[in-house]
Design a protein around this ligand. Structure first.
Ligand SMILES: NC(=O)c1ccc[n+]([C@@H]2O[C@H](COP(=O)([O-])OP(=O)(O)OC[C@H]3O[C@@H](n4cnc5c(N)ncnc54)[C@H](OP(=O)(O)O)[C@@H]3O)[C@@H](O)[C@H]2O)c1
Length: 278
């Protein structure tokens, strides 16, 4: 967001910086440039899970764009020391514990939920499904305009059946429960992003894991392997990976661009929208 500027004469009268008008200044009067601050942001963004891997990148991108940004998570303030983190309002609250966090939605225009994760089946259903369903219902009640949910790619029918029936039923059932609630409550402003593997720098305590060292070159190769994604059984292995900045940008755009299409956005869609300037 760029600052506008105007010249103020020593007598206090304002002079435009338009060169055709500067000459209106009286002889001998000196002009100094005063920065006029940008108008206060009208968009107020709440990132659920803003201290996690994806959430922290979303918060950083949103702060860089001059948005008013808040985060809500069980642990509250992020341990990240970067300057953008001091510009985020950090709320503490558990989405599974109703009645303790809903005030964080007051005045919020857009929500991006990055809450989810792995664990036991019941935990995965709760954190990916119930926690997000609670958030979607509360945001709807509070009159939030747009809601973006970070879900997960199905990754091909064979792998989906394998994962959902034998390995991660709670994860996928929870994701789909949240998606269904979102599209019902926010038919015009609800966006589901379904990324696959996301690479970028992940913080584990005070350590930074540069997953991009592997992810970036692999992504370049997989992006040219589109026909292989149709292969039976192994096709999902050729799904492209996504850079964390692409996912954060696509989520941010979905949250604040009123013409971003509602509905489910897959891997290629996320990549596409993250490339466009907005
Ligand atoms: N990383 C990937 O490669 C990838 C790929 C595809 C999809 N996804 C999906 O993207 C989402 C975010 O992934 P991530 O890697 O960023 O996960 P993450 O780093 O573990 O972040 C999860 C966030 O959710 C918060 N959280 C968890 N339970 C909560 C609750 N009950 N109430 C409030 N906040 C809660 C956590 O903070 P607290 O612990 O402080 O509460 C944390 O900020 C997940 O849904 C994941 O399934 C990730």
């Amino acid at each position: 967001m760029s600052d506008s500027s105007m010249a103020v004469s020593s007598s206090g009268s304002c002079l435009s910086t338009d060169s055709s008008k500067v000459d209106e200044r009286r002889d001998g009067e000196e002009a100094e440039t005063v920065k006029v601050p940008p108008p206060p942001p009208t968009e107020k963004l709440l990132v659920l899970g803003g201290n996690g891997f994806i959430g922290s990148h979303v918060c950083k991108e949103a702060v860089d764009r001059g948005l008013s940004v808040a985060s809500l998570s069980r642990s509250g303030r992020s341990s990240i020391q970067d300057s953008w983190a001091s510009k985020v309002t950090w709320h503490q609250g558990d989405l599974l514990s109703l009645g303790s966090w809903e005030d964080a939605l007051n005045g919020v225009t857009s929500v991006i939920s990055c809450v989810g994760g792995l664990g036991s089946n019941s935990h995965m259903y709760n954190i990916n499904g119930t926690a997000n369903v609670n958030a979607i219902k509360a945001a709807f009640e509070k009159g939030v305009k747009r809601f973006v949910y970070i879900s997960a790619a199905s990754a091909g029918i064979e792998r989906k059946v394998f994962l959902s029936h034998f390995m991660l039923p709670g994860y996928y059932e929870g994701k789909r429960a949240a998606e269904t609630e979102l599209l019902a409550k926010f038919p015009n402003g609800g966006v589901v992003l379904r990324p696959g593997f996301i690479y970028g720098t992940r913080r584990v305590g005070s350590m930074k894991l540069p997953l991009g060292v592997i992810g970036s070159p692999l992504d370049t190769i997989l992006r040219h392997a589109k026909p292989l994604r149709k292969l039976p059984l192994v096709g999902a292995l050729f799904n492209p990976l996504l850079n964390i900045t692409s996912v954060a940008n696509a989520a941010l755009r979905a949250a604040i661009d009123p013409v971003f299409p509602p509905g489910v956005i897959d891997l290629d869609g996320i990549h596409h929208y993250s490339q466009e300037k907005f």
